[in-house]
Ligand binder design. Sequence first.
Ligand code: CP
Length: 307
Amino acid sequence: IRHLLSGADLDADTATQILDTAAEMAAVSGREVKKLPALRGRTVVNLFYEDSTRTRISFEAAAKRLSADVINFSAKGSSVAKGESLKDTALTLQAMGADAVVVRHPASGAPHRLADWVDGSVVNAGDGTHEHPTQALLDAYTMRSRLGRLAGLSVAVVGDVLHSRVARSNVLLLSTLGAKVTLVGPPTLIPLDIAAALAPGTDVCYDLDAVLPSADVVMMLRVQRERMGDSYFPSAREYARRYGLDGSRMARLPEHAIVMHPGPMNRGMEITPEVADSPRSTIVEQVANGVSVRMAVLYLLLGGNNR
Ligand code: CP
């Protein structure tokens, strides 16, 4: 594949190839000298129109570990503030010789538009409420390394599904890889048609307590108050009571089950500190795995030294 824009871009073989390559990259990350020469002479641009901690830093670390040159572009402080369009910004980056553009943008579909304008590869690092495919890949990688497989796993994705690009990409990718996804949350935060539209076989349940005893993975989502505008939302206390994961709910999970969160977290709302910091939590592991997975994505898109 030339671009990575959506979880739907990946068939099972390609997704598995990325996860297997990420496992090889993890070995590099564990070495004293963490660098490979694979992308020497290539330029990766991080084009971020929205805030990010994990994704931006891990793409930068990934590109540097592969010896690529990295240009970090943040809309704040750039000519975007003077009204420059995404297209003109893209053409400027193209003129500077970008081989890959990693883009985060508040508008759903912006990475797809960008892919029409630049010659290099485009990686979607999160577009609006639409998709975040490398997050889904690092989540799948984490599940596979903790539980040994993806096929047949029961994965509960819990919370603000309506605004979650992480949920969309996970449903697409996990379904491709044979996991069973159940979307859980208040009816106001789960669009009625989402499960069928995303991947047939995805279930919806409004009762968190009902899904816990049979879940292999519980993925808690951040409640995205900043995307809700004036729409109705229950109080934080009411949300936590019905859909928050606390110690007593975690105790209802099977012994082997893991708890995930893409971050950033609202501690005390969708997840309590007791759960987030427990041995079942893979939250820090997900961040570490993100570097290996993004190394694999850049390596495979840019073709290593063989392009
Ligand atoms: N999970 C995730 O995308 O985090 P950031 O917004 O910090 O990149």
